[in-house]
Design a protein around this ligand. Structure first.
Ligand code: TRP
Length: 431
């Protein structure tokens, strides 16, 4: 079976080493695995939640597209597209919004953090919180569910979002009675799930502690040398535990290299030498990618064409047919098409007349016709065999005229016209 792996990156800011190690690199590697269908997209709609500077949004989208291509993405082997080029995603967002529990969204980490901060500052809980921030997980669920992704490589901070996607998908499946959506799993690479930044906290745009992925060599060197370390001097053994410098090395070095680097820590390598080695190790991996990146950035029209082509093919193949199915599922339908099959299913359960056959204490066979509420419309006299009773039921079922009611074997409890109407309803439902 083909595993569908999907990853998205918000198009805000400039890609940094944390994005590379935590998302781009593992996803590109996964795309080369056998039996994998990979989806990579630029989450530009998500970016609007925070970034409301149009020029920066455009710039960042270009940089991130170029980054993924430079890191080895092959747009003819994987799906590579921009979220906003697939309008079916926003349409699905609404369908999911209508089944998503508001209480679940209240518990989303990003939203809760904003509320907690407001409360701590004595503000209105929702001060400055956009509905976009609140709805973030629903849009993300649509990103994932629309392509029925099995696996979503994400950082630990995103696990909750994947769980929400499962929840919304499951609710939709349940409400509309069919497994429309595959329930996705978060894929966490525990070795490199989060990368520390210059100050030792998680590398993140919001902490301003990032190392831009394609910083020129000299800038990369300067940044690596600015990584926070403790005050141990040359010759003093150093802890690898809790060392941002060591963790960064680990994200790039092989197991062998990392073990050797740890030994140098124990042997008292100076921080200056350790930083030089880290810099060289990162640059060895990044330099060839940087070259490709710069070539790509010089050809934005080509990148635009690649993205559009990806979205066009993807819509045709998956998104458009799926949304057509989902629109029908929720009841956004062509009004000229009558839902024959479903009317039968629901009507036969609830509001339909019914024939009931039974044997009474006198040993004879009887039937009656009841309406939807169980009121008796017709009561038969006794028959010698159930077959005889069944034969008359068959005749009555076809009856369209009042004279069919004029038989001594049955007693009408209501006017013949009412019985005929009930029989007609029964026939319509069974058609
Ligand atoms: N929320 C993700 C992030 O901040 C970006 C994203 C949006 C995403 N939609 C997605 C990731 C769908 C994976 C799947 O990194």
């Amino acid at each position: 079976m083909t595993t569908r792996v999907l990853t998205g990156i918000t198009t805000s800011g400039t890609p940094h080493l944390g994005n590379y190690v935590g998302a781009v690199r593992p996803a590109v590697a996964a795309s080369r695995a056998a039996d994998t269908e990979s989806f990579y997209f630029l989450a530009d709609l998500h970016s609007l939640i925070k970034a409301q500077d149009p020029a920066r949004t455009q710039r960042s989208t270009l940089e991130i597209a170029a980054t993924w291509l430079a890191c080895g993405l092959e747009p003819d082997k994987v799906w590579f597209y921009r979220q906003s080029d697939v309008p079916e995603i926003t349409e699905l967002t609404w369908f999911l919004t209508c089944v998503a529990g508001k209480g679940i969204l209240n518990r989303a980490h990003a939203y809760k953090a904003a509320v907690d901060k407001n409360v701590a500052e004595g503000e209105d809980p929702d001060a400055g919180v956009s509905a976009g921030l609140f709805m973030y997980p629903v849009l993300m669920a649509a990103d994932i569910l629309i392509f029925n992704a099995h696996q979503v490589p994400v950082g630990r901070d995103q696990i909750q979002h994947i769980e929400m996607a499962r929840d919304f998908g499951q609710r939709f499946n349940h409400v509309y009675g069919k497994a429309y959506f595959t329930l996705p799993e978060a894929l966490i690479d525990d070795n490199v799930a989060t990368l520390p930044g210059l100050d030792g906290r998680k590398m993140s745009k919001s902490y301003h502690n990032t190392i831009p992925l394609f910083a020129p060599r000299e800038e990369l060197k300067k940044l690596v040398f600015s990584i926070l370390t403790d005050s141990r001097g040359p010759g003093e053994p150093k802890d690898t535990e809790g060392s941002a410098l060591f963790q960064l090395y680990q994200a790039f070095g092989s197991t062998e290299e990392t073990r050797a680097f740890a030994q140098k820590f124990a042997d008292g390598i100076s921080w200056g030498d350790a930083k030089q080695q880290l810099f060289e190790r990162i640059d060895a991996e990044i330099a060839p990618l940087r070259e490709k990146y710069e070539a790509l950035m010089a050809r934005p029209a080509d990148i635009e064409a690649i993205l559009r082509d990806g979205a066009r093919r993807l819509r045709e193949r998956y998104a458009t047919p799926l949304l057509a199915e989902l629109r029908h599922a929720v009841g956004l339908r062509d009004l000229s098409q009558q839902p024959v099959v479903e009317a039968k299913a629901t009507a036969s359960k609830a509001a339909l007349p019914a024939f009931k056959q039974y044997r009474d204490t006198d040993g004879r066979f009887y039937f009656k016709l009841t309406d939807a509420e169980g009121n008796v419309l017709v009561q038969s006299n006794g028959f010698d065999s159930p077959k005889d009773a069944g034969r008359l039921i068959g005749v009555l079922k076809q009856a369209e005229q009042a004279d069919a009611m004029e038989t001594p074997e049955i007693v009408l409890q209501v006017p013949a016209g009412d019985v005929l109407a009930a029989l007609a309803a029964l026939r319509a439902a069974e058609a």
